[in-house]
Design a binder for this molecule. Structure first.
Ligand SMILES: [Zn+2]
Length: 103
């Protein structure tokens, strides 16, 4: 029987067992490959074997999220450094309003 898959947003934290081979599925995030019509995430090997284009898309999405998270962490560090400089500023008085920063 043909293994049918679909790619969807992965809103499951854990993967469980692959419905095709029984290995741990370790699903991609934020998109994962599932057995069609189920919430059973397919493992990486089976995704590449039975739905290579979906596996590629899921890998691309995961790499993009990792890249964006890295960028966000970089800018958070930079903003903290700038705030520290502003707090340590010893010149004429100024007000610092950091209430709108997202961290
Ligand atoms: Zn599998």
């Amino acid at each position: 029987m043909r293994k049918q898959c679909e790619i969807r947003v992965n809103n499951t934290i854990y993967g469980g067992k692959c419905p095709f081979c029984g290995n741990n599925s370790d699903p991609y995030f934020p998109l994962a490959v599932f057995k069609k019509g189920t919430y059973e995430a397919v493992c990486h090997d089976c995704a590449r074997k039975y739905a290579p284009a979906m596996a590629d898309a899921a890998i691309m999405a995961q790499k993009e999220v990792q890249r964006l998270n890295g960028e966000a962490a970089y800018y958070k560090r930079k903003l903290r450094q700038i705030l520290k400089i502003a707090e340590d500023y010893d010149g004429p008085a100024c007000d610092i309003d950091d209430g709108d920063l997202p961290f």
